[in-house]
Design a protein around this ligand. Structure first.
Ligand SMILES: Nc1ncnc2c1ncn2[C@@H]1O[C@H](COP(=O)(O)OP(=O)(O)OP(=O)(O)O)[C@@H](O)[C@H]1O
Length: 260
């Protein structure tokens, strides 16, 4: 069913004249793995933040389960949607376990008492992100990529029906990039909506069920990766001639090179 949608969505920064996003009509179903591509500044993070209700639209509206997002209490939104921001600054030395437990607040409240179900969700998220051995370390003493995995584990522990992730692969080592993409595909197969912004067309080609291209604040393309992630479109988007090579269900892009 449709979990999240928007109609005529537009956004303009205060004191700026141009629209960052304009005329966006989209709807997202549970079970979809949606990749969002676009140049730096295209409006990808802005779109995710509008869909989460963190920004107030300048035009149009966002709907969660067909009901205006404005009519939902924040705590109920958090039981439906989890969000991972592009960058996370750890200011307080919470332990890794405590940080991941915070993902359960929408379910358990702020009292700090975790039910057995909460504890299971936390343990599973720690395991999925390979964080068991870091569980009692303060997050302020972790590397950037390790901290990124903590933030992801918190979003996973939240056990929401929709996960909106802003560049979740950034800073992860190659092994964790591959593991995370497989995990996101698994979460979508379980029936969740997973949406991520990415600067890697190849990774979206291999795993996404749907790819959106945002260009200058408008949806330029929206469809299955085979139709959207093509050399022609990627060349136009990135402003350089790219060739594509398909192999075993993957598609790779490269620039034309002079023979050595
Ligand atoms: N706080 C702000 N005040 C003014 N303009 C902003 C602000 N945040 C973002 N913008 C502008 O809004 C536009 C869209 O930014 P957004 O962060 O959504 O892009 P993005 O597609 O996520 O980019 P990136 O790939 O670099 O993360 C950009 O032109 C940016 O300069």
């Amino acid at each position: 069913m449709t979990l999240l949608s928007c109609r005529n969505l537009g956004f303009r920064q205060p004191r700026q004249t141009g629209f960052v996003l304009e005329d966006i009509d989209l709807s997202f179903r549970e079970g979809e793995l949606v990749g969002l591509l676009g140049l730096n500044g295209a409006g990808k993070s802005t779109l995710l933040r509008l869909l989460m209700g963190f920004l107030v639209p300048s035009t149009g509206e966002v709907f969660l389960e067909e009901r205006s997002l404005r009519a939902w209490p924040a705590s109920a939104i958090a039981r439906h949607l989890a969000y991972m921001p592009q960058s996370h600054v750890a200011t307080f030395p919470y332990t890794v376990r405590r940080m991941v437990e915070l993902g359960r607040v929408p379910h358990s409240g702020l009292t700090g008492r975790l039910s057995p179900q909460d504890q299971m969700a936390v343990a599973a998220a720690l395991e999925r992100m390979g964080l068991e051995r870091f569980a009692d370390r303060p997050v302020t003493e972790l590397s950037g990529g390790e901290r990124q995995r903590v933030v992801l584990a918190r979003a996973i522990a939240q056990d929401a029906r929709g996960l909106l992730l802003d560049e979740p692969m950034a800073g992860l080592d190659y092994g964790y990039q591959l593991r995370l993409m497989a995990l996101l595909a698994e979460l979508a197969q379980e029936g969740r909506l997973v949406m991520l912004t990415s600067h890697r067309p190849e990774e979206l080609y291999a795993h996404a069920s749907r790819v959106l291209v945002l260009d200058h604040g408008r949806i330029e393309a929206d469809g299955p990766p085979q139709d959207v992630v093509t050399a022609q479109r990627m060349s136009a988007l990135y402003g350089m001639p790219l060739m594509q090579m398909d192999h075993a269900g993957n598609r790779f892009f490269h620039q034309e090179r002079n023979e050595k």
